[in-house]
Design a protein around this ligand. Sequence first.
Ligand code: CAP
Ligand code: MG
Length: 426
Amino acid sequence: MLNYIDLKYIPNRKDLVCEFYVEPNRISLEKAAENIAMESSIGTWTTISTMNKEVATKLKPSVFSIDKTTKTIKIAYPQDLFEQGNMPQILSSIAGNIYGMKIIKNLRLQDISFPKDIIDSFKGPEFGIKGIRKLLKVKQRPLVGTIVKPKLGLHEKQHAKVAYESWMGGLDIVKDDENLTSMSFNNFYERIKQTLKLRDVAEIETGEKKIYMPNVTAETNEMLKRAKFVKKNGGEYVMIDILTAGFGALQTLRQANLGLVIHAHRAGHAAITRYHKHGISMLAIAKIARLIGVDQLHIGTAVGKMEGAAKEVRMIEEEIEERFIDKKTKQHVLEQDWRYIKPVFAVCSGGLHPGHTEPLIKIMGKNIIAQYGGGCHGHPDGTRAGAKAIRQSVSAVMKKKSLKEYSKTHPELAKAIKKWGYFKRK
Ligand code: CAP
Ligand code: MG
């Protein structure tokens, strides 16, 4: 029987390292760790006559840390277990069968550290934070955007009009919602033409760069066709729902090298990230998305409607933007040398309104993209006023003024605050 536990083992630069939270089912944590290492690499439930010494020596992973207090284990996997440049295969190993083993009650892949050769086999972001700020010509402040609402139902012209109003009110970015693709009432290709046409008008009338992020999520060939259509019509961005489309599809989009900024929506992530005892952490998903090559990624707001505590959301932001504000956070993350892989812009979205802007920036810093859906189109005076109120709330923070103070001279902000109030941390 091969021995998978080696608490003296020190991972080397050719190891992929995973940290798991493990709740065994009537067996010891050691036994559970051994079975996880086996099933996620070369083993199965029993010894087999076909196993040979060479396979074992070359490919056997090592459980090198078992912490009974935190119920976490760390496993170092020789990189030859994985196909370079193939994220689906990597995840079929480290996030595959092991979740279904009867001897495990709960299992969560908390964190991953990729070795150099695997890092080098992926493209990473084409633009990243610097490229996006350069494209939008916005150096310091958070970028602000909205999502056309209602999520579904508007036809192409109405959609374009809502986008135009949002840009004219001062927002940088307008995106499709996660479930808007090409509908019977809103054809993708027609929507792109109508919306980009008004985007050009808004740019001329405001003198500012304006961005439209169309959702190209679809079967992979159709997705590529839609992305190329956006490019041909003067769009600079596409959006993809990375969990429902899949990591293989995300690789196809990124590796098509279309010169489009990729916005990663994470619809569906909470099915695997939300329960902190089972599934995959958002931190691990964020690292995977950065390695494949998204330019910006939804990571939560800490203050809005979606779950995600401030500490966790901040940790994810610091990992994808690679700027560790407080060293303590870094301790909770497996060391990762990202080499030339660019940092990714953190997107904060979900239940935000202008009253959230101050605490949001306080927690997340200025290097974020803040998106307000209902918090824009729900403004008492409509979309354009909502957009103005959002922009005003950011200006207040950048000028170190309280929202209360600033709303005295900015009526749109005052009306937003009157309707939704200020965010009070619980
Ligand atoms: C926000 C949103 C976003 C979610 C995504 C929505 O709209 O468009 O998809 O926030 O959540 O459909 O809910 P609102 P996350 O501003 O009206 O809430 O960023 O946490 O993945
Ligand atoms: Mg949405």
